[in-house]
Design a protein. Structure first.
Length: 390
């Protein structure tokens, strides 16, 4: 617990907040890219403790939320086949496809299993040589290395009844897309510390320079986030736009060389669609030619799928930071964690879920109380206590 407590100290939080207040002289909009950071911000009421001039914009860094509808529908199609054991992390099971989700497929007789590691899926393939085992491999640069390693192991062990439905996305091209959008209001970024712990920070100086935007690599505890905001605001006030690493206990400039080598061996960069956002060039990975035999999209015929998004759901705007979740008309009424219209309400990293869990529609007083309690050092409710998934 030593390291958690150190980064949740309310006295140090007060010092950082005072420093931010003393630094800021005009309005600034800062985007936290990662959904994990969004949950930490909302859970601890950090956005409400900041001076009015500092607005936090929630970014598209929720892996479940940005997995394209077409890929979800492909997963549903594959999972419904009698010869298939479909393995997924639990938070994907309630993500709505065009007309059902993986829970529904399981209810209809599909063999859909929740696993805690891609290696579990590989074990299931080894134990069921007469079935086809498919793992749903989604996420950012953080979840990609174990998935790459699993495919590598499948080939090494000669397991031929295993494949992966891959939908990996990359953060730097998303930052590029956000900054080049005509609607962009973002003036500074808190970069996701866990992504940088894998990939390093080499790609960020060009982005910072090209868009004249400060980028501060930031962790996930309250003090990490406040320090990231403090450094970003300080740069903005000074007219600077450099890359700073405020998460040095986990991030080295070169990242994790072993993980990067594994990624390079198994994956290749490809254009990727992001749910609610659209195609971002060079923003994802797919299995490279050498591993194509393990690609579920090649093993199963899942072409010709027609998708249809909810007409009410505005998660695309939420993911781009154009609206806050409670500004969606469906928030907390027809869309709740129990009856989600969009992935941003399902995922444990989704912004809509964060607002629902910690603020609730029409209950601003509760949010203020949470912020005040956090500032006073009280323990706020945890996401797990109220989690709608898993
Ligand atoms: S509240 Fe529900 S319907 Fe609205 S954007 Fe979020 S997920 Fe979509």
């Amino acid at each position: 617990m030593k390291y958690l407590e150190e980064f949740q100290d309310p006295e140090l939080a007060r010092v950082l907040l005072e420093d931010i207040r003393a630094t800021v002289t005009r309005p600034w909009a800062v985007m936290e890219v990662c959904g994990g950071q969004t949950h930490s911000i909302i859970r601890h009421g950090i956005d409400q403790l900041l001076p009015d001039e500092v607005e936090l914009i929630h970014g598209p860094g929720c892996p479940v939320c940005v997995t394209p509808l077409e890929v979800i529908d492909k997963a549903l199609e594959i999972a419904g086949r009698p010869e298939v054991i479909f393995c997924s992390f639990g938070d994907m099971l309630r993500v709505p496809g065009t007309d059902r989700d993986l829970f529904r497929v399981r209810g209809e007789g599909g063999d859909v299993r929740v696993v805690y590691s891609p290696l579990d899926a590989l074990r299931i393939a080894r134990e069921n040589p007469h079935r086809e085992v498919v793992f749903f491999g989604i996420g950012f640069e953080t979840t990609a290395p174990p998935n790459a390693m699993t495919v590598h192991q499948a080939r090494k062990q000669g397991i031929t009844n295993f494949s992966m439905l891959v939908s990996h996305v990359l953060v730097p091209p998303a930052i590029e897309a956000i900054m080049t959008s005509p609607d962009c209001r973002v003036q500074g970024f808190l970069a996701a510390g866990h992504v940088c712990s894998v990939m390093g920070t080499e790609e960020y100086p060009q982005l910072a320079e090209r868009h004249k935007v400060p980028i501060v690599v930031t962790g996930f505890e309250p003090l990490d986030i406040l320090e990231g905001i403090r450094r970003t605001v300080r740069q903005l006030e000074r007219g600077e736009h450099t890359v700073e690493n405020a998460y040095q206990r986990a991030v080295r400039p070169e990242g994790n060389p072993a993980a990067r080598a594994m990624l390079q061996d198994v994956f290749e960069v490809a254009d990727r669609a992001w749910r609610g956002i659209g195609v971002i060039p060079g923003s994802g990975w797919r299995l490279s030619e050498r591993y194509r035999e393990f690609d579920a999209e090649h093993r199963f015929d899942v072409t010709g799928i027609t998708t249809r998004e909810s007409e009410l759901c505005r998660s695309g705007e939420v993911l781009q930071g154009l609206i806050k979740p409670h500004q969606c008309e469906a928030f907390g009424t027809v869309c709740t964690p129990r009856n989600p219209l969009g992935a941003t309400m399902v995922s444990t990293e989704g912004a809509c879920a964060a607002y629902y869990l910690y603020r609730r529609l029409g209950a601003p007083a509760a949010a203020t109380a949470t912020a005040a309690a956090t500032a006073a050092g009280a323990v706020p409710p945890t996401a797990l206590e109220a989690s709608p998934v898993g």
